[in-house]
Design a protein around this ligand. Structure first.
Ligand SMILES: Nc1nc2c(ncn2[C@@H]2O[C@H](COP(=O)(O)OP(=O)(O)O)[C@@H](O)[C@H]2O)c(=O)[nH]1
Ligand SMILES: [Mg+2]
Length: 681
């Protein structure tokens, strides 16, 4: 099939759940292609896919790793992606620029649900993808049948899954496979290419029915093939390959392969399928909205601040030739590299299809399309980061690192657009937001490791407020005699509660000049100052104050004195007005697979939430959206529980809704924590 040979290097992203074996698969692919002499391992941190100190320390992928190889004369770039749901944005970025995504999964039907959101994202973006069921070495003789797994996975895929090979199972488990197009039969050999063997009689029937299913799936998208099947005319192999290629390219079908990355089984089969069926880079370019034409176009999919080389923008070239020193997006390319795992080899130039790292492009960000004719422009198809669901309050261990901290956070945000930070002035807190604890701990590790900035983190404070339940009249006098002239101000106020959301209202009911006009704004300012921290220690809201009377002294009264009197009046009045704590309540929409809806509802009520109802999640088949209101105090670690009851796929969005009175044990606890916090300041 030389017609499928491509001069331009093609690119496959390895995506799928954490621990499914992507990094091991990369190692196996590189080893089958002869690009590594000896297979590295995840356990000892020697795998090519573990590039950063954080990844090596955790023995898990924490960012996209790039690795190139050549197989049967074709050049390939593999992008090994993190599998953690918290780092999903990174995986999607890689898939965006790839020609095909290989979704790696485990042979476990109970874990099928975990693949749903990833498959949907790939479909939404129109990214061709195939499934690789890894770890078939763990299937015993009576273990799960691949066809049952495919059926379970079909429930979470909008596109038909098309089995491309059937397993041969003998003795202990899967020992080989029959390729359903060539109908050749292969026997696995440990860490080596499989041997072709005669087809055992035991699989003949299964092979024929699986092949028929495959052809019928293809015929759904091609009338000519359908006509042949109806007439029982066997299609040519070349035609079948052609259909497979065409349907994969248009993301109409999801071919399914299997094997064992650990034992290097099924790897050459996968490589050959990639070779024959992966679309040309032009298809990805079209998907990204890159028009054909002259000039350079490269799409940035990752940004890294590397300790030695400085900022690196990882990009795939789709048009023209990128050269070191040229001007791209109005900036000079200062260093052009071919990434290979954690290493960068210097390059003079790179052409269409290649994945490169561009040095020191200060104004360029992930998602930008770079051309040699204008400024960088964000790719319109580029996915927006998911809304954050987990926050941690940060504090530099060394106080004088505060300025360095915000500069380093800016860099982290450039590397990871899914992070946000928020300066909460009321609470004096810097809160880092992201997708979960792994995501944020990773950011903190980078602050410590790369920027030498040790930081402490804790759960963010809840923005409690307080108000009053009843009113009172208050007379306060401020009088001081110090040496020369003294200070004097006397005020009568009436304090009363306002409805929720009322804020603060001041009215002036002074008659007959009991307090001269010019001092009244000072009284109001003093009253307002006292609202910053009420008797419970929180900002006071929903209070009205009327200034009803007072006295002044011709010499000793001043704006300052009336301001102090106002503040004092408020401080003295509030404790008499039955202060009560108000807690922020959020409106929340929780998305989950429908089989988890009941559990999610229990999660909501278990966290003092009020269920408002649930509906189908718009645009998602088999998913619900549960609507509720929930106290902010209950939401800090909610994502952890939500993930644990939804195989990691549940998610939510939230927004402030209202303040609600909080009394009893929880209120007492919040107040005593606040007082302890204030005492420690
Ligand atoms: N039995 C078996 N284990 C595997 C296979 N592939 C990977 N593993 C193991 O699964 C674990 C996770 O592998 P890794 O490649 O890091 O998964 P990733 O998170 O998808 O990158 C490691 O302990 C691997 O040794 C396989 O084919 N068979
Ligand atoms: Mg990995």
């Amino acid at each position: 099939m030389s017609s499928t040979r491509s001069a331009a290097p093609r690119c496959a992203a390895l995506v799928g759940p954490y621990l499914s074996g992507k990094t091991t698969l990369l190692e196996s692919l590189l080893s089958a292609a002869g690009a590594v002499a000896r297979k590295g391992s995840v356990q000892d941190g020697s795998a090519v896919g573990l590039t950063s100190p954080e990844a090596k320390a955790r023995k898990m992928s924490t960012e996209i790793a790039v690795a190139c190889c050549e197989y049967l004369g074709d050049r390939w770039t593999f992008l090994d992606c993190p599998g953690s749901v918290e780092l999903g944005a990174e995986a999607l970025s890689a898939a965006m620029v790839a020609d095909v995504a290989v979704v790696v999964c485990e042979p476990d039907a109970d874990k099928a649900m975990a693949l749903g959101p990833l498959l949907k994202r790939l479909d939404d973006a129109g990214i061709p993808h195939m499934l690789f069921v890894n770890k078939v070495d763990t299937l015993g003789q009576d273990g799960l049948r691949i066809r049952d797994l495919v059926q379970a996975l079909q429930a979470v895929s909008a596109r038909p899954l098309v089995l491309r090979e059937v397993p041969i199972r003998e003795g202990g488990g899967v020992t080989g496979y029959v390729d359903l197009v060539s109908e050749r039969c292969y026997q696995y050999k440990p860490h080596a290419a499989s041997d072709q063997v005669p087809m055992p009689d035991t699989v003949r029937e299964r092979e024929a029915s699986a092949r028929q299913e495959m052809l019928e799936a293809l015929a759904d998208f091609d009338d000519e093939l359908l006509a042949k099947l109806l007439d029982e005319v066997p299609p040519e192999k070349a035609e079948v390959y052609g259909q497979l290629r065409k349907d994969l390219q248009r993301d109409l079908i999801v071919p399914v392969f299997f094997g064992s990355a650990e034992n290097d089984n099924g790897i050459r089969r996968l490589l050959k399928a990639l070779r024959h069926e992966t679309p040309e880079p032009a298809a990805a370019a079209e998907r990204l909205g890159i028009a054909e034409g002259a000039g350079v176009a490269a799409q940035v999919f990752r940004t890294l601040h590397a300790p030695h080389s400085g900022k690196l923008s990882f990009a795939r070239v789709f048009r023209g030739t990128v050269a070191d020193g040229m001007t791209l997006a109005g900036e000079r390319v200062s260093g052009l590299y071919r990434p290979q795992g954690g290493e960068q080899a210097k390059l003079a130039q790179a052409g269409p299809g290649e994945v490169v790292a561009l040095g020191r492009m200060a104004g360029v960000g992930t998602g930008d399309l770079l051309t040699d004719t204008g400024p960088s422009a964000r790719c319109p198809a580029w996915p927006e980061p998911d809304a954050p669901v987990y926050g941690l309050a940060l504090q530099a261990v060394n106080r004088n690192d505060e300025v360095k901290l915000s500069a380093a956070l800016q860099k982290l945000l450039e590397e990871d657009p899914g992070l946000r930070f928020e300066q909460n002035a009321d609470l004096g807190e810097l809160v880092l937001w992201g997708q979960g604890d792994i995501h944020l701990q990773l950011a903190l590790d980078r602050l410590r490791g790369k920027y030498n900035l040790p930081v402490r983190s804790r759960a963010p404070q809840v923005a409690y407020k307080e108000t009053i339940r009843k009113g009172c009249a208050q007379h306060s006098r401020f009088k001081r005699q110090t040496g020369g002239h003294g200070q004097f101000a006397d005020v009568h106020v009436e304090v009363s509660p306002l409805p929720r959301g009322g804020g603060f209202a001041f009215s002036d009911r002074i008659v007959g000049g009991a307090i001269p006009r010019q001092f009244i704004p000072a009284v109001e300012a003093g009253l307002r100052e006292a609202l910053a921290s009420g008797p419970l220690g929180f900002p006071v809201v929903d209070v009205a104050v009327a200034l009803t009377g007072g006295q002044f002294h011709a010499v000793d009264s001043s704006e300052q004195a009336f301001r102090t009197a106002g503040r004092q009046a408020m401080a003295e009045a509030l404790p008499k007005c039955e202060p009560v704590l108000l807690e922020p309540v959020m409106s929340v929409a929780i998305d989950c697979p429908a089989e988890c809806t009941a559990k999610v509802q229990r999660l909501v009520t278990g966290r003092r939430g009020q269920l408002l109802g649930y509906d189908l999640r718009p645009g998602w088949t088999g998913w619900d959206e549960v609507r509720a209101t929930m106290p902010q105090a209950e939401m800090h670690d909610m994502i952890l529980e939500l993930r644990s009851i939804t195989q990691g796929v549940g998610t939510f969005t939230f927004a402030f809704d209202h303040l609600a009175e909080l009394i009893g044990r929880l209120a007492d606890k919040a107040v005593s924590q606040r007082h302890a916090h204030m005492a420690a300041q």
